[in-house]
Structures are given as C-alpha cells and as structure tokens.
Design a protein around this ligand. Structure first.
Ligand SMILES: [Zn+2]
Length: 101
C-alpha cells in the first residue's frame, strides 16, 4: 500500500533549503523590531535567537511560541512579563509572580 498523499513531493534537500531561506528571511524581518507578536496576539514578546538545524531562527525569549513563522515584528515595547523577567533575570522579580515552579 502506498500513501495516496506523498509526504515529500519535492526533493528533501530543496525543501530544507527553502525552509532555511524562509527562516533567514523572517529573522531579517525581525532583526530591527523591538519585540514580536505571536500571530494576532496582543502581547509583545522579547526576541532572541535559537539555532535550529544549523540555522539561526528568531524566537521569543519566554519560549511561548516555537514556530518562528508565527512571529511578527512589533514596534511597541515588550509587554510579556515572562520575557521582561528573563531580560532582567536575577535583578528584579516579575510583578505578580513570585515563583516559576
Ligand atoms: Zn514572552
């Protein structure tokens, strides 16, 4: 039995290269942003960079979203308390949160 829907209609190498190019472009789009929104979300998160399969990809500092393609640049200040807490880790407590465990 063969799968009626091919999982990899293209050459796997071409798919990976296309994805890597997409991720690099998104990282470039987010490079100058103050923060990022996740999808249509209202919370502005801090940005950081993660390594994924040898490619630097944008990510939110609090790990609220793992898909960089869902991140959109935001011009307004960071409002995510978890991201703000990470940025000043060890110096201040996050208002309203006394423990992460
Ligand atoms: Zn956040």
């Amino acid at each position: 039995m063969s799968d009626p829907i091919p999982e990899h209609p293209h050459e796997p190498e071409a798919d990976i290269e296309h994805l890597a190019a997409t991720l690099r472009r998104r990282r470039h789009e987010l490079a100058d942003a103050e923060g990022a929104r996740i999808g249509q979300g209202r919370v502005v998160h801090g940005l950081t960079t993660h390594m994924w399969a040898g490619v630097e990809v944008p990510a939110v500092a609090c790990h609220a979203a793992v898909d960089p393609l869902r991140l959109y640049p935001a011009a307004s200040p960071i409002t995510c308390r978890r991201c703000l807490g990470r940025a000043r880790a060890g110096r201040d407590q996050v208002p309203g949160q006394t423990s992460i465990l």
